[in-house]
Design a protein around this ligand. Structure first.
Ligand code: LLP
Length: 367
C-alpha cells in the first residue's frame, strides 16, 4: 500500500475493504505457473473465502474452477462466468433447492457428505431426468496443526463419510441409477502451514486407493480440498504463499493411476493477503490500566479475531511517529469480545487516524 493509495483513502467513508487487485493477479499467476507443470492438477477457488462480485471474474479468467458450499455461491460462480463443468459443490446440508440448481447447470461434481444426501441427490436427479456426477467426501481421520474450529478431517468432525463406510458408499453410488460415481473428496482443515499435514493426507489417500483397487474400484478423480495457510504475522514479507512446495508435496507423495485427475480447493491462500480492512479512529481513551484505540470497524466487519482469537496485523497508516504506545484496538459494538488486538504496539494514535487491519481478504467481508 503506497502513499498515493493511503492519501486517496482520506476522503473515503470508513470502514471499507481495500482489495489489491494487482496482488491478486500476481497470486493467480503464481498458481497458474505452478499448476501448469502438472498435467493432471486442477484448482477450484473456494468461493466461501471471498465472494465479492468484482473479484470473482478475475479468478475465473485466470482459469480456476469454483468450489461452492451453497446455491448462492453456485449462482455467484455462474454470474462470474466460471464454467459449470469446473464447479464442485460441497457442504453437509445441501437443500433440495440448491441440489436442483446444481443439477440444472450440470456442474462437475457434487461432493457428497453422507448416505442420506446421496439418496436425495439420486431421487432429485431422477425427477429432472439428469445424471449427477458425485465425488464422495471421505473423512480421512487426519489431523491438522491449526485452530480447533477449522480442523475438519477428524472422525469427531461433522464433515464427510466415515472412512470405514467408504466401500459401502461407493457400492451404493454405483448402483443408484441417476448417480455417476466419479471420485473421492477430502479436506482436512484450513490455515495449514505445516506441509507435513498434507503429506499425511496424501499417504492416507494412497492407502485407501490401494485397498479400494483390491476391491475392483477405480477412482477417476481425487479432490484433496484446500487448506494452505497464509502468513498473518508478516503479510508484507510473504504476500504470496509457497504454492511451489504445496503442489510439489502432492506431486511427490500421491501415487496416481493413469489418467487420474487431482483437484484442489484453495480459498484463503488465493485471496487472504490482497485484502485489508480500513477503519478510522473515532476516539483514543485511557482506561484504568490501558489505552483503547476505538475504531469504526468492529466484529460485524471482520469476525475472525472475536470468533477464533485470530490475530491480524494492525497498522496506523496515518502516522509514522517514532513514539509508540500500547493499545487495545477495539470496535464500537456493545460486546466485550469486539476487540481486534490487545496490548498492541503502534505509533502514537489520534482521533481521525486511519487503521489498516491486514490479511483480511479471506473470511473477512464474506463472514
Ligand atoms: N474445501 C472445503 C471442503 C472447505 O471446507 C474449505 C474451507 C476449503 C476448501 C477452503 O479452505 P482454505 O483453502 O480457504 O483453507 N472461517 C475460517 C475458515 C473456515 C474454512 C472452512 N472450509 C477462518 O476464518 O479461518
Amino acid at each position: 500500500m503506497n502513499a498515493t493509495t493511503i492519501s486517496a483513502f482520506q476522503s473515503l467513508e470508513t470502514p471499507f475493504y481495500y482489495y489489491d487487485k494487482s496482488l491478486l493477479q500476481s497470486t493467480l499467476k503464481t498458481i497458474q505457473d505452478e499448476v501448469s507443470q502438472y498435467d493432471d492438477f486442477h484448482v477450484h477457488y473456494a468461493i466461501k473465502a471471498n465472494a465479492n462480485p468484482q473479484l470473482l471474474p478475475l479468478i475465473a479468467q485466470a482459469g480456476l474452477g469454483a468450489d461452492c458450499v451453497s446455491g448462492g455461491e453456485i449462482q455467484r460462480a455462474l454470474d462470474a462466468h466460471f464454467p459449470a463443468n469446473q464447479i464442485v459443490f460441497a457442504g453437509v446440508g445441501k437443500t433440495d433447492k440448491e441440489i436442483l440448481l446444481a443439477l440444472e447447470h450440470d456442474i462437475f461434481s457434487f461432493n457428497v457428505e453422507s448416505i442420506p444426501e446421496l439418496l436425495v441427490i439420486n431421487e432429485l436427479a431422477q425427477q429432472v431426468n439428469k445424471i449427477a456426477n458425485v465425488c464422495l467426501r471421505i473423512n480421512p481421520n487426519v489431523g491438522a496443526h491449526t485452530h480447533t474450529h477449522i480442523v475438519t478431517g477428524l472422525a469427531e468432525n461433522k464433515f464427510g463419510i466415515p472412512l470405514a463406510d467408504t466401500e459401502h458408499a461407493i457400492h451404493l453410488a454405483e448402483q443408484l441409477p441417476n448417480i455417476e460415481f466419479i471420485g473421492l473428496h477430502f479436506h482436512i482443515g484450513s490455515q495449514i502451514l505445516n506441509i507435513s499435514d498434507f503429506t499425511a493426507l496424501a499417504k492416507r489417500i494412497n492407502e485407501l486407493q490401494e485397498h479400494l483397487e483390491g476391491q475392483g474400484v477405480t477412482i477417476k478423480n481425487i479432490n484433496v480440498g484446500g487448506g494452505l495457510g497464509i502468513d498473518y504475522a508478516n503479510p508484507e514479507q510473504t504476500p504470496i504463499p509457497d504454492f511451489k512446495a504445496y503442489f510439489a508435496t502432492f506431486a511427490e507423495t500421491l501415487i496416481l493411476r493413469e489418467n487420474q485427475q487431482v483437484h484442489f480447493e484453495l480459498g484463503r491462500s488465493v485471496v487472504g493477503q490482497m485484502g485489508t480492512l480500513i477503519a478510522r479512529t473515532i476516539f483514543v481513551k485511557k482506561g484504568t490500566n490501558k489505552k483503547f484505540c476505538i475504531i469504526d470497524a468492529g466484529m460485524s466487519d471482520l469476525i475472525r479475531p472475536s470468533l477464533y482469537g485470530a490475530v491480524h496485523k494492525v497498522k496506523n497508516i496515518s502516522s509514522a511517529s517514532p513514539e509508540t504506545r500500547k493499545y487495545d484496538v477495539v470496535g464500537p459494538i456493545c460486546e466485550s469480545s469486539d476487540v481486534f488486538v490487545k496490548d498492541y504496539e503502534m505509533p502514537e494514535t489520534h482521533r481521525g487516524d486511519l487503521i489498516a487491519i491486514m490479511s483480511a481478504g479471506a473470511y473477512g467481508e464474506v463472514m
